[in-house]
Ligand binder design. Structure first.
Ligand code: ADP
Length: 634
């Protein structure tokens, strides 16, 4: 097989292998990229789901706390309610236990009582005077009863009637009578048949009778407000209290009634008719946005506005980062994750909604980024691995090609000297008698072929060692003149005889260099060999050694065929020959100069050629003039 054919076949085998390598990298990379995308989007969903699941867990925990909180409230109602009196109502409302209460004794509608006055003669006199529309008589009759020893309520009712008649005729007299009967003293406790506190009603009447600018106005407002705010001292039905509060607020808007809202809520609730207790937990009432919470025994019912329930529950539902937990009343739509709020808030829901969707997206993005980076890492590693694999593959390919080239060169180059030697031996043996002159001549020719063969084999071996990095250089102190002398000796031995003017010129006093003398000799012999081979006819070859700018230069000059400028770089490549026909004739295989270059490089030097086609060539080897101490023995 020719060397070109061998190279072509090597290329042919490397193409599918390269293709396979490309596919082996591209296909898995594409798969990894696809997988990364899939994994990243799946992870984003998973991240959202796991966050949602975490919120659900938190919601369940919060639900238990909310439930516990309201159970506690229901239990504490029982304890705080006491006897269920108006004073208990006032205290609990002011303590903020609920927006309002319905207790056992408060608020309740006044219950009519049997009239203790009907059997009294003086009472009848008043009634008759009233029926006759006799104001004077009525005033007189009622004044008698008011001042009698009758029971407090009877006296107060009579005083009320007297004041009513006085107000028709003389407002000032009526005001005086109100002050006299009801500003202080026992009659201030008197109640009418519906249980209403007469003194309080009379204070309102006083306010209505006088001008707002009246100096007494403020005093009466304060007195009446004091009565209305005094749940311990003044007993009156809640309906009357609320009515009077409303009136006073109308007359003197700035007046403070801390329990007003609670009274109003309780009244609305009772009006709604759903005071019936029962059930547990917060229950809706007929009043919009109002909830009742009955105590266990049913003796107390606390009333809560929706806003109060939300505010109380919100203190428990402290939000997390980027999430808001909220309680939602029944029939209100929830957003995000939601669960039932538990037995104490039937119908209510607890929900977790993302306040900052960016927060969740960020978490998902962070996960995605970590997956992408992992993917990039894998791709990067794959790229590096494939690069290394490619390099090693290329190296293998190169070696395979070299092997092929070498085998082709060896078989080809060995064939010529061997066959010419066989020819010479055969022709000698064909003679019956050995002619001394002819025999000597043939033996000399055979010796030449032998030398050529040896040289070839040496070059092959050196090349093979260099290629396999097996060439060991033994550095030592070498005098350039000695190397030159050895090379000249070899050359004279190889090319004796006429037709070759071989000059040696060594500069005096050259310093010793660190070099492997055998390797250096191989390099110089190769150069001299080429000079000899590629100089037809009269040969003038010169081997020099001199110093140039701190370097030691070995130079081989010939007057041979020369080398074209564009070939001068290529000739150092392995197996490269400018003219393969000529090379075959001269017995070369294209390895000599590549061996020279490898040896010179190993010495830290360089080799250069200057040549002109038809005029000869000069090969210069530059070696460092200093010492190479690292490998060389001193
Ligand atoms: P070869 O064994 O063919 O001589 P080399 O590597 O020694 O291989 O040389 C490579 C080629 O360089 C040669 O084939 C030849 O064409 C060219 N060459 C080398 N030395 C010289 C020279 N002194 N003069 C002209 N051509 C040369």
């Amino acid at each position: 097989m020719s060397r070109g054919a061998a190279r072509r076949s090597a290329c042919a085998t490397s193409l599918p292998a390269l293709l396979f390598l490309g596919l082996g990298v591209i296909a898995p990379t594409a798969c990894v990229v696809w997988f990364m995308n899939e994994a990243a989007s799946a992870q984003a969903d998973a991240a959202r789901q796991s966050i949602a699941e975490a919120y659900r867990g938190q919601l369940r925990f919060l639900r238990d706390r909310v439930d516990f909180y309201w159970k506690n409230r229901a239990a504490s109602l029982e304890l705080s309610a006491g006897k269920g009196s108006a004073a208990d109502f006032e205290r609990d409302v002011k303590a903020g236990l609920a927006d309002s209460f319905v207790l056992a004794k408060y608020p309740t509608a006044g219950v009519p009582i049997a009239d203790p006055a009907v059997d009294r003669a003086d009472w009848r006199a008043g009634t008759i005077a009233e029926e006759r529309h006799n104001a004077q008589a009525a005033i007189g009759a009622w004044a008698v009863v008011a001042k009698s020893d009758a029971n407090l309520s009877v006296k107060a009712r009579a005083a009320q009637a007297e004041i009513r008649w006085l107000a028709r005729t003389d407002k000032e007299a009526a005001l005086r009578a109100i002050g006299e009967y009801f500003d202080r003293g026992p009659m201030t406790k008197g109640a009418d048949q519906q249980g209403r506190l007469i003194a309080a009603d009379e204070q309102l009447l006083a306010l209505r009778l006088m001008q707002p600018r009246d100096t007494r106005h403020g005093v009466i407002v304060r007195r009446l407000a004091g009565m209305l705010n005094d749940y311990q001292g003044t007993a009156m039905p809640s309906a009357q209290r609320l009515f009077l509060m409303d009136e006073v607020r109308g007359i003197a808007p700035g007046t403070a009634f801390p329990t007003y809202e609670a009274e109003r809520l309780a009244a609305e609730f009772l009006e709604g008719g759903d005071a019936r207790s029962g059930g547990s937990g917060l229950q809706p009432t007929s009043v919009p946005e109002l909830w009742k919470l009955p105590s266990k025994s049913g003796r107390v019912t606390a009333l809560y506005r929706t806003s109060t329930v939300l505010a109380a529950t919100e203190t428990i539902l402290a939000g997390g980062k980027g999430v808001r937990f909220a309680a939602t009343p029944p029939s209100v739509r929830t957003f995000g994750e939601a669960i039932a709020a538990g037995a104490m808030l039937p119908g209510w829901q607890l929900s977790a909604s993302i306040v900052d969707p960016e927060f969740m997206e960020q978490a998902a993005r962070r996960r995605m980024a970590s997956y992408l980076w992992a993917g990039y890492l894998v791709i990067g590693m794959m790229a590096i691995t494939s690069l290394l694999a490619g390099q090693s593959f290329r190296k293998q390919m190169r070696l395979a090609r070299l092997k092929t080239d070498l085998v082709a060169a060896v078989s080809h180059e060995l064939k010529t000297p061997l066959s010419s030697m066989r020819l010479l031996v055969d022709s000698l043996l064909a003679d019956e008698v050995f002619e001394a002159k002819k025999t000597r001549e043939y033996l000399q020719l055979m010796s030449g072929e032998n030398t050529r063969l040896t040289r070839l084999v040496e070059n092959f071996l050196t090349f093979s060692r260099i290629e396999r990095n097996r060439q060991r250089f033994e550095f030592q102190r070498v005098r350039p003149g000695d190397v030159v002398a050895s090379a000249a000796g070899v050359m004279r031995e190889r090319f004796p005889g006429a037709g070759c003017d071989f000059q040696v010129d060594v500069e005096d006093g050259l310093p010793a260099i660190n070099a492997d003398p055998d390797a250096l000799l191989t390099a110089l012999v190769n150069l001299l060999d080429n000079a000899y081979k590629y100089t037809p006819g009269e040969k003038r070859i010169c081997l020099r050694a001199f110093r140039d700018r701190g370097q030691i230069v070995f130079e081989v000059e010939d007057n041979g065929i020369g080398i074209a400028a564009r070939e001068q770089k290529r000739i150092f490549r392995r197996f490269y020959q400018v003219d393969s026909r000529l090379a075959r004739e001269t017995g070369g295989c294209g390895l000599g100069l590549s061996i020279v270059e490898s040896i010179v490089r190993a010495h830290g030097g360089s080799v250069r050629v200057t040549s002109r086609l038809g005029s000869g060539s000069t090969f210069s080897v530059f070696l460092p003039g200093g010492t190479r101490s690292e490998k060389a023995p001193a």
